[in-house]
Design a protein around this ligand. Structure first.
Ligand SMILES: C[S@@+](CC[C@H](N)C(=O)[O-])C[C@H]1O[C@@H](n2cnc3c(N)ncnc32)[C@H](O)[C@@H]1O
Length: 302
């Protein structure tokens, strides 16, 4: 791993501290059942995310600091605030706070083995286009990019497009700076070849190298209304996001992403997510890995 760094980890640290600011117990506002119901409807409208009743304390905990920042007397006032057309920025802030963004490098490593096999089986293919469709803070997109770099080289033409609905995580993804604790799952050779280790005041942090970052782009997209500018992809990672939606909405999203997948291309979902029967042209290759096979798509076996 290169020992150079021009990152702004101090900025990162202060951001992380800010996001974990807590409100003391004596200042806590209580969230009634009816107010929780309104937040649930609001979040469903914004992002299609379904909140179960047990998420009441999560909603209350995550939004307390916004009431304090805006000096509002309670959650009812915050709900009114969110309805004001000019308050788009606050709607995005609330959405950012209410999505769950857990992720890590090389999560569910069978998918990265699958990717390696896929690349090896189609050596003649140029210009691979891969979509990390619920990218969170970028670890998935960079894991894909490191796998492509190792298999195809840094100078070949390939691109990873990473999207999410949450702008806070997308900013973190674009900075590409992570704590060394997060590096544990990155294979040693890739860490050495593609990451830069922080020194001095940046010790304890690493940054994804520029030669990898230049192959990865980030943009905001709601999976219910995918950006029309997105290209068609060879492979789509749609992992650990369907769990937040109801059955009919899962199908809608799978159909939306399939419009962006080349015939013969593959779709990967999280290991605990099943999309069996969601689309007649989806053929399961192995658990959580599907081939999109509308008639007469030419493809090779992996
Ligand atoms: C748990 S993370 C999964 C991250 C990564 N795919 C992985 O498997 O590690 C789920 C991500 O989905 C995003 N998300 C939730 N609803 C979305 C929507 N309607 N459109 C786009 N992204 C959404 C969240 O913001 C969050 O970052």
């Amino acid at each position: 791993m290169t020992m150079i760094l021009n990152m702004r980890s101090s900025e990162m640290r202060s951001l992380e501290t800010r996001s974990s600011e807590t409100v003391s117990n004596s200042q806590l506002h209580s969230l009634s059942k009816a107010e929780f119901g309104q937040f649930r409807d609001w979040l469903y409208q914004q992002a299609g995310i379904h909140l179960a009743d047990v998420k009441c304390s999560m909603v209350s905990g995550r939004l307390q600091k916004r009431l304090h920042a805006l000096q509002l007397p309670g959650f009812a006032a915050y709900l009114d605030y969110l309805k004001v057309p000019a308050h788009q920025q606050e709607r995005q802030t609330a959405l950012n706070l209410l999505t769950t963004n857990e992720t890590y490098f090389f999560r569910e490593d069978k998918h990265f083995q699958f990717l390696q096999k896929l690349l090896a089986a189609q050596p003649q293919q140029q210009n691979w286009q891969i979509w990390s469709a619920a990218a969170s803070s970028g670890q998935e997109a960079y894991s894909i990019a490191m796998t492509l770099a190792q298999q195809l080289g840094l100078n070949s033409r390939w691109q990873v497009s990473a999207t999410d609905i949450n702008t806070t995580v997308l900013e973190k993804a674009q900075r590409a700076i992570y704590s060394m604790d997060e590096a544990v799952k990155i294979p040693e050779t890739m860490l050495k070849a593609y990451c830069e280790k922080g020194v001095g005041k940046d010790a304890g942090w690493f940054r994804i190298g520029q030669h990898i970052r230049q192959h990865v782009s980030f943009s905001i997209t709601n999976l219910f209304k995918p950006d029309k500018q997105l290209p068609v992809f060879d492979l789509i990672f749609l992992r650990n996001v369907l769990i937040y939606f109801e059955a009919e909405d899962k199908k809608l999203i799978v159909n939306n992403v399939l419009r962006q997948l080349k015939p013969g291309g593959c779709l990967l979902v999280g290991h605990s997510e099943s999309i069996h029967g969601y689309h007649p042209a989806l053929v399961q290759l192995q658990p959580s890995c599907y081939r999109y096979s509308p008639e007469s798509s030419g493809y090779v076996t992996i």
